[in-house]
Ligand binder design. Sequence first.
Ligand code: NAP
Length: 290
Amino acid sequence: MALRIVIVGPGRVGTACGIRLRQNGADLLGFVGRHAERTAAAVRTVGAGAVLPPAAVARAHVVLFAVADPDLAAAIAAMREMAPVRRCSLWVHTSGRYDHSVFGDLGERRVGCLHPVAPFADAVSGAAAMVGAPGVYCGEPRALRLLHRLCELLDLQPVPVGALDRGLYHAACALAANGLTALWDIVERAFAAAGLDSSATQLLARELMQRAMAECAARGAVAALSGPVRRGDAATVALHRQRLHGALPAAEQAYTGLMQVALELSRRAGLPAAAAEPVARALADIVPPR
Ligand SMILES: NC(=O)c1ccc[n+]([C@@H]2O[C@H](COP(=O)([O-])OP(=O)(O)OC[C@H]3O[C@@H](n4cnc5c(N)ncnc54)[C@H](OP(=O)(O)O)[C@@H]3O)[C@@H](O)[C@H]2O)c1
């Protein structure tokens, strides 16, 4: 029997999940949202299901909450109030910040969380990014088989986890996805400010960042590090900070923070203290005006 699923939260992640569930033959009953028109838009994008009242969650085997983190507790409380208990249904949310304890005690219902570890800039690109991405899940023991099955229906790689420091876990996800996006932006702007045209800028940003990531994945960050900090070249580091400070002050701050981490990596890779100290000073100095 196909799993009957209701999605609470017709935003980016909810709509992307709807697209995957539809493509994999789940019985998507539809969406519960706060605004009829935005909920109807999710139904149109997915091409399946309906705009549902909260009481409809009582008919679902799986209720998937995809609401923003600040709204999650209130959305759960509202559904609890309005929907009668369906024995043995699974209530699951997609937040990275919370684990399943955010549901509290739901009695007969099973609870879990399933965090799709992918960027969702919008619903359609998010649905594509989900394919093969990790689905990090945890929950009550009686929920785990269904959570694994839900990963498969969403085209996610199932990654079961135990208790995590969710704040740290979510911070790492934000650094990996949003931090990289922010880094891409300042890299592009620095190349452009240096005088490269937009196609060269894109080419250099893409090739350098992809190759650096491939090295890290293959060899680990300590072995993968290269560049002036790793070589102990304090004069070049000082020049970089001065030029960035003049052209893109926010990029200079990011450069300094990241190169302090690179210096720590360099020490672990064997950079002698006598070479590391001038670099540390070049990173600590007040940047002189241009
Ligand atoms: N974005 C990502 O890259 C990403 C990746 C993985 C996981 N997640 C997690 O997925 C969850 C959803 O994120 P998102 O980016 O999809 O957020 P979003 O685009 O802001 O969508 C959230 C949706 O929830 C609706 N909503 C809020 N309160 C509700 C309630 N009480 N009842 C019904 N619907 C309600 C909102 O309705 P309105 O239209 O009225 O605002 C909106 O449609 C978050 O927990 C987030 O941490 C996000």
